[in-house]
Design a binder for this molecule. Structure first.
Ligand SMILES: O=C1C[C@@](O)(C(=O)O)C[C@@H](O)[C@@H]1O
Length: 295
């Protein structure tokens, strides 16, 4: 099944799918992004949740709750001794907070997900949380990332696909895959190398294909034109050998042509940006430049 068929997006169109990243943080304006989306109308949006979710992590929210409680105590006209006593009660408050956190987290994630779907006007949305180690902005640890993804998948909105980092702990990966299966959301297993183009790229693809996922995505950094050819040729070759749909990208300026020509080698989706300020990886073209290159 092609990726277009799998995601049920205009299955007869011979061109690859175009996905634009939504890289909005808590203080960014969502309106201009939504407007650019309407104008450029890509097939999918990739919600890069790592740009926003960390601002609502357990740690951050606790610091806010604590600061609020401290300010309240300080505003009270009580003796220093009473103030000290009230402050010491913060420990109990912390324990209560931790107990309530799972429910709070569900509520927070629901609101973030609802907001993401509203911004993209219910277009097909890929759920992605990219960790710093894999070139993203996210600093949550792996259990927190897995918990976020599972909670987001269960939030009552249908994601077109969920991105899962191949480097994640096997047990946690299995939890996300299980949650995705339950809500019938395909999983894109992702591998990134921001430094090199690994010589054993084909073996990496084969190993990734052992997982119970529907799509494999590999984005690597080429050092020369040969590396770009190597990525494209490996994509073509692996298409014959693995069941999953493939997305293979050579990043950086050198790799630009892989984003334009990749589909001729069987790469079924290409990432492009709604404008330079929204790009999520080096070498990404704007949707306009990509369409120009194809015309
Ligand atoms: O994995 C990828 C591919 C990507 O890194 C790129 O090179 O276009 C962009 C990311 O947003 C996406 O999650």
């Amino acid at each position: 099944m092609t990726l277009r068929q799998l995601l049920n997006i205009d299955p007869t169109n011979p061109k690859p799918l175009i996905a634009v990243p939504m890289t909005l943080g808590p203080s960014d304006k969502f309106g201009p992004f939504a407007q650019a989306l309407d104008e450029q109308n890509p097939d999918l949006v990739e919600w890069r949740a790592d740009y926003i979710v960390d601002a609502f992590s357990q740690d951050v929210i606790w610091q806010e709750v604590k600061a609020g409680a401290q300010a309240e105590v300080q505003a009270k006209e009580v003796s220093t001794l009473t103030q000290a006593k009230l402050m010491s009660e913060l420990d109990t408050a912390r324990a209560e907070f931790l107990e309530n956190w799972p429910l709070m987290q569900v509520q927070i994630v629901k609101e973030l997900v609802a907001n993401a779907f509203q911004t993209v006007n219910n277009r097909p949305l890929i759920l992605t949380y990219r960790s710093k180690a894999q070139g993203g902005m996210g600093e949550l640890d792996e259990p927190a990332i897995a918990s976020f993804l599972v909670t987001a998948l269960k939030a009552g909105f249908h994601f077109a696909a969920v991105d899962l980092e191949d480097s994640m702990d096997e047990g946690l990966k299995a939890k996300v895959i299980e949650a995705a299966e339950k809500v019938k959301t395909p999983v894109i297993l992702s591998y990134h190398d921001w430094q090199n183009t690994p010589k054993d790229l084909a073996d990496i693809v084969k190993k990734m294909s052992q997982e119970a996922v529907q799509v494999l995505k590999l984005a690597v950094m080429p050092e020369n034109e040969k590396d770009v050819d190597f990525v494209l040729e490996t994509c073509q070759q692996m298409n014959q050998q693995v069941d999953q749909d493939l997305i293979m990208i050579a990043m950086g300026g050198l790799g630009e042509r892989s984003r334009i020509e990749g589909y001729r080698y069987g790469s079924q989706l290409t990432f492009a940006s709604l404008g330079k300020k929204y790009e999520s990886a080096s070498g990404q073209l704007t949707v306009k430049d990509l369409l120009r290159a194809w015309s």
